[in-house]
Design a protein around this ligand. Structure first.
Ligand SMILES: [Zn+2]
Length: 332
């Protein structure tokens, strides 16, 4: 699951494109400001020349003028900020622009790959690019409680389907809002078509927008990858970057757990993965159509106990929303 040279080059080319776009944005902004405030270019020139004199003075012995030059630069910079502020621009409007401030769009922090590089790699490796399109549509603002009936009551809690959905929705929002502050894991369960995948998309979008590394897998695809990795190479080989990322990305979403063929290989891999992520304090979100009782029967006792003691259990009840949508589309 490592990157080929071609894939690596694709990612690096994207960084180069991004850097060119950043330079262009900055130069457009500069032209815009210079056009509106003719004084601005004179201030910038004065700052440049004062900075040069200052550097020259520091290199030679003329240190007497350094303090005066610095005061002059400070005064000019303050005037610059005042003009921007006065015209309603942010003060850093003419500062360098970066998509990822951590690596300044180079992909590297020192010799280490930046989190944005690893995210790009995972998107390329697992073709998650279609996820982005889905996330345009499926996000918290598009989530509707109208699909959950008020007259369907969950006998276990006495709450209606809508009350249950509201509770789960609020817990999901809280999870995303406090992601950096609280270490939490979610276990979303309930019948097919109740919006579990939709909610996991909402969370994924929220966290991707705040620059977190999110990896999304259907359970089926995830175990397929594990099987390829386990049987496709010798046991002594080190895990590739892609595999590493499954273990240490900020949030791993495993959708539809229980739809894969469960055997001892899957069970062992799943336990190892969940356990490893708990130890690294990396959050995991699991969704499943199985009831808790069936889940406990399907997977080993140790998996169930890890989940029940480390995950917030969130339920959805009601009628199949996809079915409801289809019916309402036909009748409208
Ligand atoms: Zn970065």
């Amino acid at each position: 699951m490592g990157l080929t040279d071609a894939q690596y080059n694709t990612i690096m080319r994207d960084y180069q494109r991004q850097q060119a776009m950043n330079r262009q944005t900055l130069s457009q902004r500069r032209q815009e400001i210079y056009g509106r405030f003719p004084e601005f270019s004179r201030i910038d020139e004065a700052i440049t020349s004062a900075s040069l004199s200052c550097a020259r003075s520091l290199l030679s012995d003329g240190s007497a003028s350094v303090a005066a030059l610095r005061a002059q630069i400070d005064g000019l910079s303050a005037r610059r900020a005042e003009i921007l502020r006065g015209a309603g621009y942010p003060e850093d409007y003419l500062a360098p622009v970066y998509r990822c401030p951590d690596c300044q769009d180079t992909g590297y922090i020192g010799s280490r790959k930046c989190h944005c590089f690893r995210q790009a790699a995972i998107e390329l490796l697992y073709m998650q690019s279609n996820l982005k399109e889905i996330l345009e549509r499926e996000n918290f603002s598009a989530f509707s409680l109208d699909y959950y009936a008020e007259d369907i009551i969950d006998p276990a809690t006495g709450l209606s389907a809508r009350q249950t959905a509201l509770r789960t929705l609020e817990a999901c929002r809280g999870f995303a809002d406090r992601f950096d502050a609280d270490f939490q894991n979610l276990f979303l369960y309930g019948d097919t078509g109740l919006g579990k995948t939709f909610l996991s998309h909402c969370i994924a979008r929220e966290l991707l927008e705040s620059a977190h590394a999110v990896v999304y897998f259907s359970a089926f695809r995830l175990f397929e990858l594990f099987a390829d990795a386990a049987f496709g190479r010798g046991a002594a080989d080190a895990p590739s970057e892609g595999e590493q990322h499954i273990f240490d990305c900020d949030l791993l979403i495993i959708d539809d757990l229980g739809t894969e063929l469960v055997n001892s290989f899957v069970s062992t891999q799943l336990f190892y993965l969940l356990n490893e992520r708990l130890m690294r304090r990396k959050s995991t979100l699991i969704s499943t159509n199985l009831s808790l009782a069936t889940f406990a029967d399907t997977y080993s006792e140790r998996i169930f106990s890890r989940i029940s003691s480390n995950y917030t259990m969130l339920k959805l009840v009601g009628e199949d929303i996809r079915l409801k949508k289809k019916i309402s589309n036909k009748t409208s």
